[in-house]
Design a protein around this ligand. Sequence first.
Ligand code: SF4
Length: 360
Amino acid sequence: MSEKMPSRLHRYLKHYYALIDNQTVALYLRCKFIPATFDLESSLDILWEIHRRIAPEVYQIDEFRSLPPTVQSLLDLKIHIGRRMLLSCNFCNHKCKVDRTAGGLGYCGQSDRSYISSAFLHMGEEAPLVPSGTIFFNGCTFDCAFCQNFDISSRGKKKIINGAKILRAQEVDGPSLASLATALHNQGARNINYVGGDPTPHLHTILNSMKFLKENVCQLWNSNLYLSENALWLLMDVIDVWLPDLKYGNNDCGQKYSGISQYWDILTRNLTLLYNHGSKNIIIRHLVMPGHIECCTKPLLSWIAREIPHVVINIMGQYHPDYKVSADNFPEINRRVTSAEMKSAYDYADQLNLEYRSVS
Ligand code: SF4
């Protein structure tokens, strides 16, 4: 009897499914097995050169190994570069260049300390991902007019949000974050889901936690993906599954509704990088916006079909006016998406033969 062909979903998320079946090794663990010789005082250029040379080895090993505790690893190198980047922060594409270790605050308003608002087994993520061990970090690198998590994402920003619900934030460092991830995995999490707000300002803490984490568990980056190219290179060999938002199909809508310059240029650059390197296991979330089928939904679906076709897409219809959106502010998006708009998005994805039905 012939073997059943794996579904397209399983092919596009091949590494993920192998990992949850314990048939492969999580990328961050592989980084611990790769020796890296570097001097802590070396320039960032030299450290990046070493990184460029040894990172490809991550994709050549698929077995558990061990290094003597005295030997530095690729993960140590990544942690060290991440700490150095904090001195003139360029984790995301705002590239604020503030020294976050000396109290400098950039656009995200986050110091070098990391806070989370909650962590739990999330049953509402895409079906293949649940239960998902989701950890919500404070702060965000965007300022979306319609943000539905503004109580978390705006925390740490200098502006005051009137009426924002105050949740108790808990500080985490490398060891405590690793303990949290271990506990979530032991409770049945199929993945550790780093989200916010946005997890990008906390990249240094997340990388550091991987030093203490031992579980062979999927690391999932759930983000707006407005990362700098260097931050992406740091994360690419430790993140098994990417769950980026792709909200807008052009720069202008990104500027208008999220206050972000070069939205489309940066997102397409980063998605192309992810697709050509790393695990290539990508689920793109697209929140359909009212009145934005022609300027956003269709152009971005076309781009995906043309440039990065082997990804899974969640086409989401749950937009609702929130935060700054009202009859006076952004009235054109002060409504829900119609069923006709959702049908148009789905029909277009069908025409392009995109893999969306399995998660949408
Ligand atoms: S994470 Fe981004 S927004 Fe925050 S300080 Fe760094 S570069 Fe600026």
